[in-house]
Design a protein around this ligand. Structure first.
Ligand SMILES: [Zn+2]
Ligand SMILES: [Zn+2]
Length: 370
């Protein structure tokens, strides 16, 4: 029987230290590298030795706005090696390479029965922690994975698939969920605004659904990556009026659907203008509450539908795992910045101020492994 706080035999065998490094959020724009206790695990739980953790826009938003109490250890796109297992864990053993989701819905409450999993109270409970209020914990050397995540939200990484590729399972799931919300028909035209890592994944998934995708961004560097992935129809929004360019490419109608993967609310109106009458517009990066001006007649008279999508869907977990692990897309190439954990605070700082050439940033405690 493993008791929280006391190491199991496996733990001793793998000589898990009592303290570890972590990038600790201490308040608005204040993340510090600190030594913290390695989390203890209980029955049914795992201790994960983190190799790679993606830096997500939602982490940056929490750090920049102070929307969450401090202290916390963020990071939820986490892959690594099982370092120890609690009593009763059957499906995993020390040494397994895995990627973990940080929350999983109950599947039985009102919201789950209506398939709005991200609104489920259980889903909102974070099941991975490196200490303090559970917040993902991937920006640390070790993460405690709680029992319901071990049961339903921990996935083995096949041989030949890197930790870097695997850490995209959660972001791919969120993108897949957004694409599902659009109910794309083969042959439809999609305008994908914003070709950062998430925008590019959304573009690839839209194309996979049979749509013709036009990509747009302000930065030529990003359009170059988009082109290298086979997106021939690109709009350089720093040079061209994207709305006019899309209409020209669609017999004057506008795109059937528009995906907005840029946080700026100023782009909501042009995104709606770029959609054809009866078209759909997906807001994928509007995570801050606020107010915007919309043309109500665009929704009523022109019958344009504004949609939103946030977070992952447990129903799409298998598909997102297949997409990532079968390497349907080379996701590693979206990583532009790799930082050891020692530089975790700087990594978050840089990611909050992206350059045109910045794509995905990852923090890699595993870069220090022998
Ligand atoms: Zn994320
Ligand atoms: Zn539920």
């Amino acid at each position: 029987m493993a008791i929280a706080g006391q190491p199991t035999i496996e733990e001793r065998l793998h000589s898990i230290p009592s303290a570890m490094l972590a990038a600790v959020y201490r308040g608005v724009n204040d993340v510090r590298l600190e030594s913290v206790p390695v989390p203890a695990i209980g029955p049914g739980e795992l201790l994960l030795k983190v190799h790679t953790c993606g830096v997500c826009g939602t982490d940056l938003k929490k750090i920049a706005t102070g929307s969450h109490s401090a202290p916390r250890i963020f990071g939820h796109e986490t892959s690594g090696i099982v370092a120890a297992v609690g009593a009763g864990v059957r499906n995993f053993q020390p040494g397994d390479r895995v990627v973990v989701f940080h929350h999983i819905p109950c599947r039985t409450c009102y919201y789950c029965r209506h398939k709005t999993f991200a609104q489920c109270p259980t889903y909102k409970k974070v099941g991975c922690t490196a200490g303090f209020e559970p917040s993902g914990g991937g920006f640390a050397e070790y993460v405690r994975v709680m029992d319901w995540i071990v049961d339903q939200g921990t996935v083995k990484i096949p041989d030949g698939v890197s930790f870097e590729q695997a850490c995209f399972v959660e972001p791919v799931n969120t993108c897949l969920k957004g694409i599902e919300a659009l109910r794309l028909e083969p042959g439809e035209t999609v305008l994908s605004i914003g070709q950062g890592p998430i925008g590019i994944i959304l573009s690839v998934l839209a194309r996979r659904s049979g749509a013709t995708v036009i990509t747009s961004d302000l930065y030529p560097e990003r359009l170059r990556i988009s082109k290298s992935l086979g997106f021939e129809r690109t709009i350089d929004a720093s040079q061209q009026d994207a709305v006019r360019a899309v209409r020209e490419q669609t017999e004057g109608r506008g795109a059937d659907t528009v995906i907005l993967a840029v946080g700026s609310n100023a782009l909501i109106r042009p995104a709606m203008d770029a959609a054809r009458p009866g078209g759909r517009i997906l807001l994928f990066a509007q995570t801050q509450r606020g107010e915007v001006v919309v043309d109500p007649a665009a929704i009523c008279v022109d019958e344009k539908a504004l949609l939103g999508s946030y977070s992952a869907s447990v129903d799409l977990q298998e598909e997102s795992v297949r997409f990532v692990m079968n390497r349907e897309m080379d996701l590693e190439r979206l990583i532009s910045h790799r930082f050891p954990l020692q530089e975790g605070a700087r990594a978050l700082e840089l990611a909050a101020h992206p350059q045109p050439s910045s794509m995905k940033g990852v923090i890699q405690p595993g870069s220090a492994w022998a």
